[in-house]
Design a protein around this ligand. Structure first.
Ligand code: FAD
Ligand code: MG
Ligand code: MG
Ligand code: MG
Ligand code: MG
Length: 551
């Protein structure tokens, strides 16, 4: 989550300059942004909005700081502390950007129009539908929760995606405790009501389970002393481990800690059905088992929104699961459309697709062979265009391309080595195995928003000087470097004031001190001083008085 606060300050200044100079550019191009989440908001905050006629469309008129949603479910943080009205964000940019609270339901890329529907009230003329033209469209609509079509999930489970979801979960937890306290229930029914099930052992499911356990042991146990021993929290994961995207050490620590904390971690179980009273899961050894539950939260990954699926069919991506862009975040074959964040994925170009072209460009003396020096001369370009090459060399602990060349040639003399096209192909044949897909995180979405805004800010410049630094491949003559993700690390809060963190360079840190790192990072990443103050005061209030259990 790398929203730059530096950008904000700069814009406050340029906004007032604009008022004085009024750089009225005739016929500004129309930029339409879909979504006010991590991707869309970061794009808007970094865009020089004087250069374009900007319109923002989203069914939600605020930005939500999603990493703190699990804290909202337990009342550690209040809902209003993690949201910032989008109009306030836009106002800081000089108020030139228009916002429509509506949902896009169709993208017509042929005519460069989008179809929208206002979701406020139903008595609007023509169902509140309207059309918006664009020159450039930035699709940042995020994803939806994926139920894998498991029966009963939509009807009976909570999701944890939006602020309302977190509020509903909190209310539902309290309802379960109150219901379990009623005088006419027997022990079994009390147990059922106090069985909380979390489906999905990814970062969100794990953090939610941990924060629920804290809420129960630190706060609710005092208020419901006669039933607290009946509470059970289960975490169900289909894979063999939880937190599989993290380092093994973190996974092990989390599983051990949850074991000690009394969270029942069921790995290797796949939920196949959810009814009003029971969850049915499958395990190769144990077969089908059904367990009664009081409340369930479904958190097993994300899927594509239906109107994006339609759009993909329309542009020939119907056989894909996720909308694909190139490394410049442009939707292929679709003039002026960009996509960032959870709704899209970058289709990294493979070295093997371009190997002949790379060879031709590198072979400056047209000798039909490449020397180490010839390869070295184009290496920086290759690294920029195909980051997998660098990752491959690193994974094989090779120091540079010379090692690769030598390995392709057996152990021939370093200086005199020359590769023909076949040998060059062989040398690079495995590099594409290192192509990495970026995770669906706020960190990726915001870095993409920032990158794209910078490209937009320099677009005019680029159109006038199309010759860019990337020379490999004919089609690839771009002014801008492709998007490059910088991983700043990831946290996994595990409850009891303990957090695990995986930082760049595979640096692992686990424990109470990491929890403090977590507090400081998330305080810093807040989008405004208002939310920062609110979040910090929520944390302070929690330390002093505990969590609030009324709702
Ligand atoms: P979103 O932020 O989801 O924004 C999508 C926007 O599009 C919303 O404003 C939505 O209202 C709008 N929209 C939806 N449909 C339409 C439509 N039809 N037309 C117009 N607009 C539309 N990531 C991390 O890096 N660190 C974390 O700690 C972390 N914790 C998380 C905890 C939880 C509980 C959740 C749910 C997510 C967490 N994430 C975290 C992931 C992160 O929130 C997402 O990766 C990120 O929000 C993706 O940004 P986005 O802009 O693609 O989508
Ligand atoms: Mg967004
Ligand atoms: Mg968001
Ligand atoms: Mg993505
Ligand atoms: Mg040569």
């Amino acid at each position: 989550a790398a929203a730059s606060s530096g950008g904000l300050v700069a814009y406050a200044d340029s906004g007032s300059d604009a008022a004085v100079e009024k750089p009225q550019l005739p016929q500004r191009k129309k930029v339409v942004v879909l979504g006010t989440g991590w991707g869309g908001t970061t794009f808007l905050r970094n865009l020089d909005s004087r250069l374009y006629d900007v319109q923002v469309i989203s069914p939600r008129n605020y930005f939500a700081f999603t990493p703190l949603l699990p804290s909202v479910t337990s009342g550690t943080v209040e809902p209003r502390s993690i949201v910032e009205p989008i109009r306030r964000i836009l106002e800081k940019k000089g108020g030139e950007i228009k916002f429509w609270e509506a949902e896009c339901f169709k993208i017509d890329s042929q005519n460069k129009k989008i179809h929208c529907r206002s979701n406020i009230g139903t008595n609007l003329e023509g169902n509140g539908e309207f059309l918006v033209d664009y020159d450039y469209l930035v699709v940042a609509v995020g994803a939806r929760t994926n139920t894998f079509n498991t029966p009963g999930v939509v009807e009976n489970c909570h999701f944890l995606k939006e602020v309302e979801d977190a509020q509903k979960i909190r209310r539902s937890v309290m309802d379960c405790f109150e219901r379990a306290s009623l005088p006419f229930l027997d022990e079994e029914e009390r147990k059922k009501n106090l069985h909380f099930v979390v489906v999905g052992g990814g970062p969100t499911g794990v953090e939610f389970a941990a924060s629920l356990r804290d809420f129960v042991t630190e706060d609710l146990s005092k208020l419901y002393p006669s039933i607290q021993h009946l509470v059970k929290i289960s975490l169900i994961e289909a894979a063999d481990h939880i937190l599989t995207m993290f380092d093994k050490r973190i996974t092990n620590f989390a599983e051990d800690k949850f074991g000690r904390d009394g969270i029942d971690v069921k790995t290797g179980y796949k939920v196949v059905k959810v009814s009003k009273d029971a969850i049915t899961m499958q395990n190769p050894a144990a077969g089908d088992i059904s367990v009664p539950y009081g409340m369930a939260v479904w958190s097993t990954g994300i899927g594509t929104r239906p109107f994006i699926v339609e759009f993909m069919k329309q542009i020939g991506q119907g056989n894909r699961r996720v909308l694909a862009t190139d490394e410049w975040l442009r939707v292929r074959e679709c003039d002026g459309v960009y996509a960032i964040g959870d709704c899209a994925t970058i289709n990294q170009r493979r070295v093997m697709e371009d190997i002949a072209e790379i060879f031709r460009v590198a072979d400056k003396d047209k000798s039909g062979t490449l020397t180490v020096k010839e390869i070295q001369d184009v290496l920086d370009d290759i690294y920029v265009r195909y980051p997998q090459v660098q990752l491959y060399l690193k994974s094989k602990q090779m120091n540079g391309i010379a090692d690769l060349v030598r390995s392709a040639k057996g152990d021939a003399e370093k200086e005199s080595v020359e590769l023909n096209i076949e040998e060059f192909k062989k040398a690079l044949s495995l590099v594409d195995s290192q192509v990495k897909f970026l995770p669906a995180t706020a960190q990726v979405a915001s870095q993409q928003g920032q990158y794209l805004a910078r490209c937009f800010n320099k677009m005019k410049d680029a159109e006038e000087h199309p010759e860019g630094p990337i020379r490999i491949r004919g089609e690839g003559r771009h002014r801008f470097r492709p998007f490059r993700y910088r991983h700043l690390g990831q946290f996994a809060p595990l409850g009891g004031e303990q957090t695990a963190a995986q930082l760049p360079g595979d640096w692992i840190s686990i424990g109470h001190s990491t929890q403090w790192l977590w507090y400081s990072v998330y305080a810093t990443k807040q989008i405004s001083w208002r939310t920062r103050l609110l979040v910090v005061s929520d944390w302070t209030r929690r330390f002093i008085f505990g969590r609030d259990s009324s709702c």
